[in-house]
Design a protein around this ligand. Structure first.
Ligand SMILES: *Cc1c(COP(=O)(O)O)cnc(C)c1O
Length: 362
């Protein structure tokens, strides 16, 4: 072929596989494959979004003052060290652009977020997968994999797709034992769902370090996945570095304003949290009763394993698709006999359990 040739490392990349959104049924499918919010966005966020329509000819605020102010207020953090992005995915990519050069290594745990190897490889970095233990990140394994080439360590905490988490003591132990030339990325996309006392999303560590960034998203609990809004919090040097390389108008006005309203709608946030907690616990217990191996989740999704040779995840997936239910099925990643189920509405949760029961019993 003639024409321009991209870098060898970009040629090697595959396109990111998202959660399916089409089923094989007549009715519109029920999508429980992408960890989207069961209750949708806050009504206040929707109203704010509609209001921006009249101002579409204006460029957005390049430094998203009001949104950062609202985030700083809510989390009691320094507004000037918040960087916003087109989803937290953009923050993860900016981090790779800023801190990896071709040949540098970035570590992440097996059975974690599939964006990490893509973001790393897209700048010529080398993704290194570290073994987990019981579907949970393991600090000793990560420390053993650190070498001179290591420049970034990614930890999704709580983790996707397993739903497990590391207590703050383990994150601290990891941080204390790595050189401060390595950037520790704490991806806390599901922080809003967890209430374990020994958990911290990363703010405490960011406040006392110069090599940690915490990333957060509006796509999960806040139900604004379509707007693509995420943010990061780090020391001054890191946040300024990311600010330099991001697009000046990366976050649209619609996302800025709806995000701010979502943050301020505390009532709705409580509702979404309570709904998730109640139904996550119910789903875990029902799946257990069906004889499935449920990985304990602190998020808005549940990963579970089919242990019976005649009842495979692949067959269950086909069965559910025929009935209009889309879960996340992993044909690779070493999770071939698992499905991941996002917590849905009451009716969706009841129905998906009913269908799985039918599948298991026939
Ligand atoms: C969903 C998710 C994100 C990314 O969310 P954005 O929509 O890009 O903000 C990041 N990390 C993990 C672990 C996720 O599951």
């Amino acid at each position: 072929m003639t024409g321009p040739k991209t870098h060898s490392w970009i040629e090697k990349l595959d396109v990111y596989v998202t959660g399916k959104s089409k089923a094989k049924s007549e009715k519109p499918p029920v999508k429980l494959s992408a960890n989207e919010s069961a209750l949708g966005p806050s009504p206040r966020a929707i109203a704010a979004y509609k209001n921006v329509a009249e101002e579409l000819h204006r460029y957005p605020d390049p430094s998203y003052q009001e949104l950062r102010q609202a985030l700083a207020h809510k989390h009691n953090i320094d507004k000037d060290r918040i960087v916003c992005g087109v989803g937290s995915d953009e923050i993860l990519k900016l981090v790779c652009r800023a801190y990896l050069k071709p040949g540098d290594e970035a570590l992440f745990v097996a059975h974690s977020f599939s964006m990490y190897p893509i973001a790393v490889t897209s700048v010529g970095g080398v993704p290194i997968e570290v073994k987990d233990v019981d579907y949970t990140a393991n600090v000793d394994n990560i420390l053993n994999a650190v070498c001179e080439k290591t420049k970034i360590i990614f930890i999704a905490n709580p983790n996707n797709p397993t739903g497990t988490y590391l207590p703050n003591s383990e994150i601290e132990r990891l941080w204390q034992n790595i050189p401060d030339t390595i950037l520790l990325v704490l991806d806390a996309a599901y922080a809003e769902f967890i209430e374990e006392e020994d958990y911290d999303a990363g703010i405490k560590l960011v406040e006392k370090s110069d090599n940690v960034i915490m990333t957060r998203t509006f796509s999960k609990l806040y139900g604004l996945a379509a707007l693509r809004l995420g943010w990061g919090y780090a020391c001054k040097e890191i946040s300024e570095t990311l600010d330099k390389i991001r697009d000046p108008f990366n976050v649209p006005s619609s996302a800025q304003i709806a995000g701010k309203e979502a943050l301020n709608d505390i009532e709705f946030e409580k509702l979404a949290f309570g709904h998730n907690k109640k139904w996550r616990n119910w789903l875990m217990s029902e799946l257990n009763t069906l004889g499935l191996n449920v990985i304990p989740s602190q998020t808005n999704f549940i990963l579970f394993e089919f242990q019976d040779r005649d009842k495979t995840a692949s067959a269950a997936n086909e069965f559910l698709l025929r009935h209009g239910y889309i879960l996340r099925y992993y044909s690779s990643q070493g999770l071939e006999n698992f499905l991941r189920l996002t917590v849905g509405t009451k009716a969706e949760n009841k129905e998906v359990i009913k269908l799985l029961k039918e599948f298991m019993e026939n």
